[in-house]
Ligand binder design. Structure first.
Ligand code: DGT
Ligand code: CA
Ligand code: ZN
Length: 571
């Protein structure tokens, strides 16, 4: 938890330095350190000085600030900056699409120092008085503010999941806890969740509740009782913990996992069979005799159904499929054999290619593709033609050393605003695996954006379109493309679409992935890893695939190395 706190302090420092217009490199250093701290699996308090300095992006100066925070709970520099800069201004930076430049300008010209004031000013058209700001800018800011407010109501899966898992770990340590499971939308791996629902069976419910409401990141206790307690975490999400009887656990888990629409369908089915189903069990209507409740399997069986995986309980055909024995055999994390969107230190990644490869091999993968950025993405250290060929040499040398593992030499080639790719075909054809994606011009028209993606799909050397809709959860909406047209082209030119498993992207979304499956378009699940710890994001991508009903065969990177090389046409 302290890692997250320090990470937050570092990003705040970065924000404030940016508002002050300080050196971009210094600002970037703080951001990078924050990102790396967040991804770290070990608690920083357990690290020695040397280990601390080994974290990518942490030098002497930042290491001493980490120490300072561990020792005092504060960073003096942060406190100083806070005195100089109005807090409301920092909040304005949280509005998607509003950068430090705009924030600074509206503060200086109009004295705006809070999100509410900004909203008001945009409504009244006051920003248009500032050179360079048009009505469209104001509309975009208003959209951003609406999104910020919505984002406060729902948390991205990738933030909520680790919080829930930490709570589970903590409670599992108690002897009074017997069974414990996550329920609700989080168990269904929905891309955003309103709250965290947890179910427990226990020999001593009050003891569990006492520990629960005293967890270190509990900010407020809303309710505390022997069967239900609710708290709000510092991170800004509600957690409901319910203790249920052993012989109701399956029924409660089924009920509180939802979705509501799925449950309504199930209840109607039960009624037709002369049964009643609720969070306590399945009962015979005529004599109220309980016939199931301890496990979920038993609950589904009692109404004549096989177990339905939580990820597809959305009333999107799963009950019908279960009835006719047509449930998909959903892909599993263990089916994934390689990661095909990986960055190294050659562009904006934190590790060398060898480090990345060895980490992937240790996870049981058989291959990865190194896909660093191309030159158009200067901010991310994009590579020019010469560098990419040098990088290719390094990959070739490394492949000679690696046993039972292969690194494919690739690139994440930028699709420029005019639809051209950042590299000529002459370069692309020399690479094993070309990923193409959009990183700019998100506000172009639907036609322009669609055409850009189409031109990448038509390039014979492009294998896959990465993060095809460009969304960042809670920050940036999907850009406006004609997805049906894109998918038709992908089908025609035999191109894959990516599920980018980076937790704030999850792009394609489950809805589009299911559409792709129905159209017979191959999917690749990749993590967009920038540091080795991020390989574990794969589970989020697999969850999206499962929510879209994907089976192993629908996904290209479930193929073993040999088979995958055949697909690439490499001998
Ligand atoms: P969320 O929290 O908005 O991300 O989504 P859920 O699905 O976790 O919704 P939540 O937390 O309100 O309720 C958890 C589950 O409890 C929900 O998926 C199904 C069940 N549930 C809640 N209210 C009702 C209801 O009125 N009828 C039925 N049949 N089930 C309900
Ligand atoms: Ca919920
Ligand atoms: Zn990438």
């Amino acid at each position: 938890m302290i890692n997250q706190e320090i990470a937050r302090a570092f990003s705040e420092i970065a924000d404030m330095l940016e508002l002050k217009g300080e050196n971009p490199f210094r600002i970037r250093a703080y951001r990078r350190a924050a990102q790396n701290l967040e991804a770290l699996s070990k608690d920083v308090t357990e690290l020695t000085e040397d280990e601390l300095l080994k974290i990518p992006g942490i030098g002497k100066d930042l290491a001493s600030k980490i120490r300072e925070y561990i020792d005092t709970g504060n960073i003096a520099q942060l406190n100083e900056l806070k005195k100089e800069i109005p807090q409301g201004l920092l909040e304005i930076l949280l509005v998607p699409g509003v950068g430090p430049k705009t924030a600074k300008t509206v503060y200086e010209k109009l004295g705006i120092s809070s999100v509410d004031e900004l909203e008001q000013a945009c409504r009244e058209g006051l920003l248009q008085g500032i050179p360079g700001i048009r009505k469209k800018t104001e509309d975009n800011i208003l959209k951003g503010i609406a999104m910020l407010k919505r984002g406060r109501e729902r948390m991205p899966l990738g933030k909520a999941r680790p919080l829930a898992e930490a709570i589970l770990e903590e409670l599992k340590g108690l002897r009074a806890v017997k069974k414990i499971e996550i329920a609700g939308s989080l168990r269904r791996w929905k891309e955003t969740v309103k709250d965290i629902d947890i179910l427990v069976t226990s020999s001593d419910p009050m003891k569990v509740m006492n520990t629960f409401v005293k967890l270190p990141n509990v900010e407020e206790v809303l309710l505390k009782g022997p069967t239900k307690s609710s708290v709000i975490l510092k991170e800004g999400i509600q957690v409901d913990l319910r203790v249920v009887e052993e012989d109701c656990f399956g029924a409660a888990l089924q009920y509180f996992t939802g979705s509501k629409a799925h449950n309504i369908k199930i209840r109607e089915m039960a009624m037709k069979l002369g049964l009643k189903i609720n969070e306590y069990g399945v009962f015979r209507e005529k004599d109220n005799k309980k016939i199931a409740g301890t496990t979920e399997e038993e609950v589904y069986k009692a109404i004549g159904l096989p177990f339905i995986p939580p990820e597809i309980r959305e009333d999107l055909g799963e009950v019908e499929a279960a009835l006719s024995g047509q449930l998909p055999r959903l892909v599993e994390l263990g089916d994934i054999k390689g990661d095909l969107h990986v960055h190294s230190r050659w562009s904006d990644g934190s590790h060398s290619i060898e480090e990345v490869a060895r980490a992937a091999q240790a996870l049981g993968y058989e291959y990865i593709a190194i896909t660093d950025h191309s030159k158009g993405l200067g901010v991310a250290g994009g590579l020019g033609e010469e560098d990419i060929l040098k990088e290719k040499k390094e990959v070739e040398e490394l492949n000679k050393k690696l046993k039972g593992f292969r690194v494919f030499m690739g690139v994440e080639v930028d699709i420029r605003s005019n639809g051209e790719l950042d590299f000529d075909e002459d370069i692309l054809k020399r690479l094993d695996f070309v990923v193409a994606s959009i990183h700019s011009g998100f506000r172009q028209s639907k036609r322009q954006l669609t055409d850009r993606l189409l031109s990448a799909i038509k390039c014979p050397y492009v294998r896959v379109i990465a993060h095809p809709t460009g969304r960042i959860l809670g920050e940036r909406e999907e850009y406006d493309v004609d997805m049906e047209e894109i998918m038709k082209a992908a089908k025609k030119y035999k191109k894959a679409l990516e599920i980018n498993a980076y937790p704030l992207r999850l792009d394609l979304s489950d809805r589009y992935v299911r559409m792709a499956k129905d159209m017979g378009i191959p999917i690749i699940i990749s993590t967009d890893t920038h540091m080795t710890e991020q390989f574990r994001f794969m589970q989020y991508g697999v969850a999206i695939a499962r929510r879209a009903w994907l089976e192993k065969e629908d996904i290209l990177n479930t193929r073993g190395l040999k088979e995958f090389m055949k697909y690439l046409g490499i001998k």
